[in-house]
Design a binder for this molecule. Structure first.
Ligand code: SF4
Length: 387
């Protein structure tokens, strides 16, 4: 693949990626604004029936994919028999090419040996574990139900079952967290030798209970400077330990970058199934109903589960290409961008572009433009100027 096509794949590309959303969780964590439902296990059967219908209606025939991502929610929360039904559905409708990446998001608690063996037998070869912290107090603040000890046991069991491509998700900026505690969490993650580590700063999204508590002064975010120091620590410590930063929040041992997420960041097309799932096909972004009951109801009534459709014209596509291109540390290939969109990246916001270069937030090197180390702290503000 040429550098030009690496970031800016034309839209006519064959669809080779699929995302399936499993919305069930044991509890809705206070900071979570994903499409999640807790305490409604009675809906699992209807969910699986409707997912089967959505797959059949949208695909009509099995679609060979190169990356398949089972996200949530907590896919591994499904009881083993239901998990097997889900995996059977995917095997039927979304068979994988040889060498494909088949990822699942799991939480450490409830990931029993039985479930792990089901996942391994179904060909899942990448497991993303929602670890978040190795300190019990911070796990409690985040309302997570596992303990640090469980993580080690689960990682061991996954390896024993042959799932060696393990990713750990971590959160920094937890209220009350110190820099040294974050350092300990990073060290504990590295000690488990996963292939991939993701680090996210805690955010307070409208509609979450953390947001309400923030409005009522019941929760105190860490100071901005400390949050910046935590991000800086991840960006220096993880590469020192062999995890190269390839995206704003993602670090991997060489060759273990998440291929499915790269489909998003390269603006390549993908299918999406399940409540709240997005898909990007033929230059059109479609998003399913976020309400789980709404999504089920529509499918049971023979209606489309799609809630939003957005046709992305070339102008919008070119701006999105800048957004997703700057998220990646390799940045945007300038010549490839020009060829694909007929203008320069700079043309979208000439004054801001020059200012970011002068201020050292963007840099041009070897025919590409990318965020600098300093620029990564201000990524949202930089990218907003191009939109
Ligand atoms: S486990 Fe993850 S998806 Fe489920 S509620 Fe918590 S943060 Fe949200």
């Amino acid at each position: 693949m040429s550098i030009a096509s690496e970031v800016l794949k034309p839209q006519a590309t064959q669809v080779r990626a699929a995302y399936v959303h499993v919305p069930f969780c044991v509890h809705r964590c206070g900071y979570c604004d994903f499409t999640v439902i807790a305490g409604r296990d009675d809906l699992i059967g209807a969910y699986l029936d409707c997912l089967g219908k959505e797959l059949q209606t949208k695909l009509a025939r099995p679609q060979l994919v190169d990356t398949l991502f089972l996200g949530g929610g907590t896919p591994s929360y499904l009881p083993p028999a239901d998990l097997q039904t889900l995996l059977n559905l995917l095997h039927r409708w979304l068979p994988r090419k040889t060498g494909s990446e088949f990822s699942i998001e799991c939480n450490p608690d409830g990931l029993t040996t039985e479930r792990i063996e089901l996942l391994a037998a179904a060909g899942i070869n990448r497991v993303s574990l929602g670890v978040q912290s190795f300190q019990t107090a911070h796990l409690q603040t985040l309302e997570r139900s596992h303990t640090p000890d469980q993580v080690q046991g689960v990682v061991h069991e996954l390896r024993r079952a042959g799932c060696t491509n393990i990713s750990l998700d971590l959160i920094f900026g937890v209220p009350g967290q110190t820099l040294s505690e974050w350092e300990e969490t990073l060290a504990a993650a590295v000690a488990l030798e996963p292939r991939h580590i993701s680090t996210y700063g805690l955010t307070y999204e409208k509609g979450t209970s953390f947001w309400s508590r923030l409005q009522k002064d019941q929760i105190r975010p860490v100071p901005e400077e400390l949050e910046r120091d935590m991000y800086a620590l991840a960006m220096t410590r993880l590469p020192e330990c062999g995890y190269l930063q390839y995206e704003l929040s993602n670090f991997a041992q060489p060759g273990f970058e998440c291929r499915h997420n790269q489909v998003y960041w390269r603006a390549e097309p993908y299918f999406g199934f399940g409540p709240g799932a997005a898909e990007f096909l033929n230059g059109e972004r479609r998003v399913n109903h976020r309400s789980v009951t709404g999504w089920i109801h529509r499918i049971e009534q023979g209606q489309s589960p799609t809630q939003e459709v957005e046709q992305l014209d070339d102008d919008l596509l070119s701006r999105e290409a800048v957004m997703v291109g700057l998220r990646q540390t390799v940045g945007i290939p300038l010549a490839g961008y020009r060829t694909r969109y007929g203008h320069e990246v700079r043309d979208l916001a000439p004054q801001a572009y020059d200012r970011f270069l002068a201020d050292g937030l963007l840099e041009e090197a070897e025919g590409r433009v990318q965020l600098t180390f300093s620029g990564r702290f201000l990524a949202d503000s930089v990218m907003a100027e191009f939109f």
